[in-house]
Design a binder for this molecule. Structure first.
Ligand code: P1T
Length: 382
């Protein structure tokens, strides 16, 4: 790992954590489908029980740590399980300050799970540094940043928020959900974040065939606690799931380039469509945080949101009318998806301050030919 860590992203994506297997030289990391391991002598074994550790999982954890430029990686059964593990660092009475636009499930775990255990959450416009500064409370222990956010694609300046935190005398951890950008486009640890989480179900897996979550960080003591929790709570992924994410990661850089190029073409085209009221894409100069996105990301990713004229009825008609874009939750796969967040992925923020415009459509732009995707949207917008 030491020599390989100095290599470029593309090389790390393919090789980090994955030397040929020591048993038979398998070039692709084997799926170690076992729950337990024979011990030559009691307590003398590299692995003892598969909830605690599994070689396929170790490869994934080491690979993602290298890609995020972190020291440690941990893998989980889902993105929500990874988020849950990070939130277990908090104690009753602690406060989390989160982005005022987050994945519906993230809002739900804050408000309907952790509040029952005495952990408070409040939500702030993370692109407004004065608002963030003013919202930090004496008991704030975590700042939870999604950037770009789901589904409004707001961009927060991670480095500026980390500097702001440095001025606070109490310990406040900065957590970034890097799912929408992926480590190819954005590296939060290098910008001053303490912990990165991923729904690896999305771009990292990349093929809509696995549910998985990841945590990456540098601090040894926090890692020791999270690793303890990973084993003690036990929301671990199976070896086959780890294999699928590892295989997906090998092409992450190539896919992200194409997702980004396609999304840029589609966002530009949507902007000129008479039935579209607003297009939200961090790559467009009209995006309010376009300059931050340019600084912080090396391209703008594959997610686009847009508001149609004609309200929720029209949004539903368009989302149900595409032929190539599948009407589905989730994102980040090679195939394009379309959804209406207010009625699908973000139902849990209904009647909250985070409520999403019901006429907003979210696209996960895949890596098909951009012209075919535009033709599909054109017929659906009709
Ligand atoms: O679905 P899961 O792997 O548990 O990941 C949860 C999650 C965490 N963070 C972000 C930013 C996410 O977008 C998600 C999952 N999102 C969807 C399923 C969706 O369609 O938006």
């Amino acid at each position: 790992m030491h020599t390989i860590r100095r290599m470029n992203f593309e090389t790390l994506a393919i090789h980090a954590g994955q030397p040929p297997d020591p048993a038979y030289g398998a070039v692709m990391t084997p799926i170690y489908q076992t729950s337990t391991y024979a011990q030559k002598k009691m307590g003398e074994a590299a692995y003892d029980y598969a909830r605690t550790a599994n070689p396929t999982r170790t490869a994934l954890q080491d690979c993602i740590a290298a890609l995020e430029g972190g020291k440690h990686g941990l893998a989980f059964a889902s993105g929500m399980a990874a988020i849950d593990c990070v939130l277990r660092l908090l104690k009753p009475g602690d406060h989390v300050l989160a982005s005022n636009d987050v994945y519906g499930g993230t809002y739900r775990i804050f408000k309907r799970v952790y509040e029952d255990y005495g952990v408070q959450a409040s939500f702030v416009e993370m692109s407004d540094l004065d608002a963030v500064r003013a919202a930090i409370q004496p008991n704030t222990r975590m700042i939870w940043i999604e950037t770009p956010t789901n589904p409004l694609l707001k961009v927060a300046d991670i480095a500026a928020i980390a500097r702001l935190r440095d001025g606070v005398s109490r310990p406040v951890q900065i957590v970034v959900d890097n799912t929408f950008a992926s480590p190819y486009l954005q590296k939060p640890l290098r910008l001053g974040a303490d912990i990165v989480v991923h729904s690896a179900t999305k771009y990292l897996g990349g093929h809509s065939d696995v549910v998985n979550g990841l945590i990456i960080l540098n601090d040894d003591a926090t890692f020791a606690r999270l690793k303890f929790l990973q084993n003690a709570v036990g929301a671990v992924p199976g070896p086959f799931d780890c294999f699928l994410v590892l295989r997906g990661i090998k092409t992450l850089h190539v896919r992200m380039e194409r997702h980004s190029a396609n999304a840029m073409k589609i966002a530009t085209w949507l902007q000129g469509h008479p039935k579209v009221a607003q297009v939200i894409y961090p790559g467009l100069p009209s995006h309010p945080q376009h300059e931050i996105a340019k600084r912080q990301m090396c391209a703008f990713g594959g997610m686009i949101s847009f508001i149609v004229k004609g309200g929720p009825e029209e949004a539903r008609r368009v989302a149900e009318g595409t032929k190539l874009f599948a009407l589905a939750e989730s994102l980040g796969g090679v195939e394009s998806l379309i959804e209406v967040p207010a009625a699908m992925t973000h139902m849990s923020v209904a009647n909250s301050p985070l409520e999403v415009n019901p006429a907003l459509i979210r696209l996960s732009v895949g890596i098909e030919h951009a012209d075919d995707l535009i033709a599909d949207l054109k017929q659906a917008l009709g």
